[in-house]
Ligand binder design. Structure first.
Ligand SMILES: Nc1ncnc2c1ncn2[C@@H]1O[C@H](COP(=O)(O)OP(=O)(O)OP(=O)(O)O)[C@@H](O)[C@H]1O
Length: 803
């Protein structure tokens, strides 16, 4: 009996699956050929340009003159390559038709000054316009040779350059545009007058082959072949880089996150088009709208506006109720009234979720109705369940129609910016899926083995996938069976949507979205949604989406029960101050649980070592730590109290550590939203909390960005000499290499912050002060390249490494 599975990923039959793979292989091959075609054209142009230079000697003819690496040999090899069977498709309608001659033409006859057309020009008789001939007819291309002719041999107006190809079996000649009069014979072929084509006119490229004959009216080339255009050259270098990046990607699995990210982003950027198989190419032009359509649009807009106002009214009432309850997070609505599966309700009850929170009550009906929804709600108010529940319902609905898959499609995809958040959401989804047999949720995050991911996804149920964008894109681009599974997608969620639609992630998100089915529901959630993000959200949301805002215009975006303070302390005392604040808090709070946010991973590491030496119960999480370690510490911190977590921005958004009593932010956050999300790690579920922002005097400008938040200046506590000496002692024991790395990272961070980074002299001065605060006598030297990149090369106070 025939072995092997009956159905393949995506519910395809064996033959459909096979055909799909063949098609993908063909498309891949074509991608490569397309690159080579560009390379070929670029080479051709440079030869022509070279021949047009004053005093350029005519190129010798014949094969024998060409060394194996000569440009001519290269052109020849490339021409052979893209005329291989299967490459004909590269010549598309824009390039002009390819015709197969009944009989090979003997002579090229000009069509005359004004007419004749290209086909007459090359073949001496009218050629029918048509599509491609069957592929087989273009096989077997023989070796060929080509010859340059001196410009003086050209009788026409465009004498600049000439070339033609002769071959025992085929001959190529690039012909002038139809409006160009010239007479030519096969033995003395006319110069193609590429120069005209370069200037924008159509170039007729006719390829003579003894048995076969191609005529390509290269209208598109005409546009592309500008004499000074370097597009193609750029493409070539891009193609070369592609190969390099592809190799890098293969080996970067275990490297540091930053390097890995960079390499992956580069590979993705370069290869995405090929890998997404044209999914990311817009194929249709946007047509101008007719009057009626515009009118319809207008009607639609009015309808949307009315709906939005109605929604806002509903939410406004909801909000007023919410606020009048003194910000009680929960509503009177129970989950069993929400129209979700009884099994999910049972799991919710087990987890202690009985009533919905405000955001859940407001968002669930719209999400369950199948609408696209953008949701804004404060940190810690239960947004995760508000999208996980629709994600589960979406799977249940989809499973009714898809029952016979060996490997089920992924029906719900949840994207989030950090690994910790992805792990947390997966765990929460698992809790909600407790009673749903056969439905599974998996995570896909960086820092784990690609192959292991693959195996895990294939061998475990995975109808819901929680992923970080980078790793997801890796799988989409490198595993076609994975892309097939995504073809069944019904629901896409972007958690921390504003961050995902930020410039840093946006191109990844665009590529991911392009590879997903258009017929889907999309949900966007965040605690902060700046105007710019509201605008770009149209990239993923339908036009008639609903905006659920439980915060409200002009309302405070931070939890009401969180006390917010700031301290202005000279840089030199920042670390002492952190210790002082921690000690004070530990003395006041029995079950303290503190998060200290630092600006960069290396500064985080420095702070951690220092606090550990000061005998505080402290842990660290940042991007320089291996993922396993990060996950372990994250779980430990979630489940403990009397613990301090020192961390960088990897813990800024979404991560839910219950019972955090204090959040300290050391140094200026990169923007207002960062401040809000970091602060939001405390005061969750309507509980109280405290946030302290520690700024140096020159960082005070940041207060303008958060002037509408209830942040109050605090009295700087007194620092006794004993404590100061103690901290200084702990700073001393930190390894020199960590201090140097912290200095570099600090410089990089503040250089990237507009307000500080613009004045380089001031920046370097401040960095040198930071240097002293971490116990470095003089600032460590920078690599010349790094200094150049940061615009700091000649700035006084910057030291450059000798080698
Ligand atoms: N209906 C509910 N009943 C009881 N607890 C809930 C309910 N909804 C959410 N929670 C709890 O509230 C806490 C915060 O929820 P969640 O992490 O979803 O907040 P969030 O709005 O996503 O926060 P952030 O903006 O930081 O991502 C979690 O501990 C969660 O278990």
């Amino acid at each position: 009996m025939g072995g092997g599975p009956r159905t393949f990923p995506g519910g395809l039959s064996k033959w459909q699956y096979k055909r799909m793979h063949e098609k993908l292989a063909r498309q891949k091959q074509q991608g490569l050929l397309r690159h080579e075609k560009q390379l070929y054209l670029a080479r051709l142009r440079s030869e022509i340009r070279a021949s047009r230079l004053p005093g350029a000697s005519p190129s010798p003819g014949g094969d024998d003159d060409d060394g194996p690496t000569s440009s001519r040999a290269h052109i020849r090899a490339l021409a052979d390559r893209f005329l291989l069977p299967g490459a004909e498709d590269l010549w598309n309608e824009d390039d002009g038709p390819i015709h197969r001659a009944e009989r090979p033409p003997r002579r090229v006859v000009s069509g005359g000054r004004n007419g004749g057309g290209r086909h007459q020009l090359v073949s001496g008789r009218e050629q029918p316009r048509g599509g491609f001939n069957p592929r087989r007819e273009y096989q077997t291309l023989a070796p060929w040779w080509w010859q340059w002719r001196s410009a003086s041999a050209i009788p026409s107006r465009a004498k600049e350059a000439s070339f033609c190809f002769f071959g025992p079996k085929r001959r190529y000649s690039v012909m002038p545009p139809p409006f160009q009069a010239h007479h030519e014979s096969v033995d003395a072929p006319m110069m193609p007058l590429i120069a005209r084509g370069l200037a924008g006119g159509p170039v007729a490229l006719s390829l003579f082959i003894q048995e076969r004959f191609y005529s390509v009216a290269a209208g598109r080339f005409g546009r592309k072949w500008r004499p000074d255009s370097s597009d193609e050259d750029d493409d070539i270098s891009t193609a070369k880089k592609d190969l390099k990046f592809a190799k890098l990607g293969a080996s970067s699995e275990e490297e540091s996150e930053d390097d890995e990210l960079e390499a992956r982003t580069a590979i993705r950027k370069k290869w995405s088009s090929a890998a997404l198989r044209n999914c990311d190419i817009k194929k249709e032009r946007r047509a101008l709208k007719s009057y009626e359509e515009e009118n319809n649009d207008l009607d639609g807009s009015f309808r949307e506006l009315r709906e939005e106002i109605k929604n806002r009214e509903v939410l406004g009432v909801e909000r007023r109720r919410y606020e009048s309850r003194g910000e009680s997070l929960f509503t009177n609505k129970r989950f069993d009234e929400c129209g979700i599966s009884p099994l999910t309700v049972k799991a919710l009850t087990d987890a202690g979720y009985l009533q919905t929170t405000v955001v859940q009550e407001a968002a669930l009906p719209m999400c369950l109705e199948g609408k696209d929804v953008l949701v804004k709600a404060k940190t810690g108010t239960g947004k995760s369940a508000a999208f996980l529940l629709p994600a589960i319902e979406s799977v249940l609905n989809a499973m009714k129609n898809h029952t016979n898959h060996r490997v089920s499609p992924i029906f719900s995809l949840i994207l989030c910016p950090t690994r910790e958040l992805a792990i947390q959401l997966t765990a929460e989804a698992n809790v909600l899926l407790k009673y749903h047999q056969g439905i599974g949720v998996q995570s896909l995050i960086g820092g784990t083995r690609f192959k292991l991911d693959q195996r895990r996804l294939e061998s475990n149920p995975c109808q819901i996938l929680v992923a970080t964008p980078g790793r997801l894109l890796d799988h989409i681009e490198n595993k076609s069976s994975f892309s097939v599974r995504l073809m069944g997608l019904k629901l896409l969620v972007l958690d921390e949507a504003d961050h995902l639609l930020d410039l840093g992630f946006r191109s990844d998100i665009e590529k991911i979205v392009d590879s997903l089915p258009r017929q889907r529901q999309t949900l966007l959630f965040s605690a902060t949604i700046p105007k710019e993000v509201r605008r770009v959200s149209q990239l993923v949301l339908k036009r008639d989406h609903v905006f659920v805002d439980t915060v409200g215009l002009g309302a405070v975006e931070t939890p009401n029960k969180v006390e917010q303070l700031y301290h202005i302390v000279p840089h030199e005392l920042h670390f002492h101050m952190v210790y002082r604040l921690l000690r004070e808090h530990i003395d006041q709070e029995m079950d303290y649980k503190v998060i200290v946010f630092c600006t960069t991973a290396m500064v985080t590491e420095f702070m951690y070592i220092m606090l550990r030496d000061l005998k505080l119960n402290v842990r660290e999480i940042h991007s320089r730590k291996p993922q396993l370690y990060r996950t372990r510490i994250s779980e430990e911190f979630r489940d403990s109290s009397r613990l301090i977590l020192v961390t960088s921005d990897v813990s800024t958004r979404g991560v839910n550590y219950p019972g955090v009593t204090l959040v300290i932010q050391v140094g200026v956050p990169s923007d207002r939203d960062h401040y809000i999300h970091r602060l939001g790690r405390t005061g969750r579920e309507g509980k109280s909390g405290k946030g302290v922002l520690l700024l140096a005097p020159w960082e005070e400008y940041f207060l303008n960005e958060i002037h509408d938040l209830p942040v109050q200046k605090s009295q700087t506590p007194h620092m006794d000499e004993d404590m100061k000496r103690k901290v200084d002692g702990s700073i001393k024991i930190v390894d020199m290499s960590i201090k140097e790395a912290a200095y570099h990272a600090w410089l990089g961070y503040y250089n990237s912050i507009g307000d500080v980074g613009r004045d380089k002299t001031m920046l370097v001065d401040l960095a040198n002060r930071f240097c002293k605060s971490i116990g470095l006598e003089k600032p460590p030297a920078l690599y010349r390249r790094t200094a150049l990149k940061m615009g700091l090369k000649d700035v006084p106070g910057i030291r450059i490494r000798k080698k």
